[in-house]
Design a protein around this ligand. Structure first.
Ligand SMILES: [Zn+2]
Length: 204
């Protein structure tokens, strides 16, 4: 058997470097990834795709005893409007947030906090983060369907982090950015499967 080639130092794939496929999007959408520490090690993580492509996407590592400082600063900032993207009875519909007029100079920038973890971890993280308790929650339309295939044991149809980001881009009126992100996400899935089978993606 041939030896496995060294992985790309940036995207981590062995057989197919995905770095050229990263779109550099001119986006105004602000995303705060609240990432579980094990998520940062997982090759199946899709929050990293948002980080790679969006100018206003930040990563905050979640730790039970040490809330991420930059996120706490944001939550305390009266000039920002943060939302936690998570389903629940109290969650507002995304369209209600988006429909509010934002062209006025005093409009606050919206920041979407996405919990980047498995669903099991996400629930636990929220329970153990009292500092998130007062952040208003927003939910995505239930009609959205996932195309994510790399993880089992997640609730049926639940979106992965990158797909949540795509839905937010679209809802915030950035359709072409959402399309570019979708294309990148599609390439990521294809590349992941090919790499897993020790194959190169047919680029023809
Ligand atoms: Zn690469």
């Amino acid at each position: 058997m041939k030896q496995k080639p060294e992985p790309c130092s940036r995207c981590g794939f062995h057989y197919n470097c995905l770095c050229d496929a990263v779109p550099q999007l001119n986006s105004q959408v602000r995303i705060e990834l609240l990432m579980h520490e094990t998520e940062a090690q997982r090759s199946t993580n899709t929050g990293q795709l948002l980080e790679n492509a969006l100018p206003h996407c930040r990563r905050h590592l979640w730790q039970r005893k040490a809330p991420p400082a930059a996120l706490l600063t944001l939550l305390a900032d009266p000039a920002a409007e943060p939302y936690l993207v998570f389903p629940g009875e109290d969650a507002s519909e995304l369209e209600n947030i988006v429909a509010r007029p934002r062209s006025k100079p005093q409009a606050k920038p919206v920041h979407f906090i996405i919990v980047d973890a498995t669903w099991q971890q996400a629930r636990k993280m929220l329970r153990q983060s009292p500092w998130l308790q007062d952040v208003p929650t927003v939910k995505l339309p239930e009609s959205l369907v996932t195309g994510y295939t790399l993880r089992r044991n997640q609730p049926d149809g639940s979106l992965c982090t990158c797909e949540v980001g795509i839905a937010l881009l679209e809802a915030m009126g950035e359709k072409s950015n959402a399309d570019a992100m979708s294309a990148y996400f599609g390439k990521f899935l294809e590349t992941f499967e090919a790499d897993r089978q020790h194959q190169t993606v047919n680029k023809a």
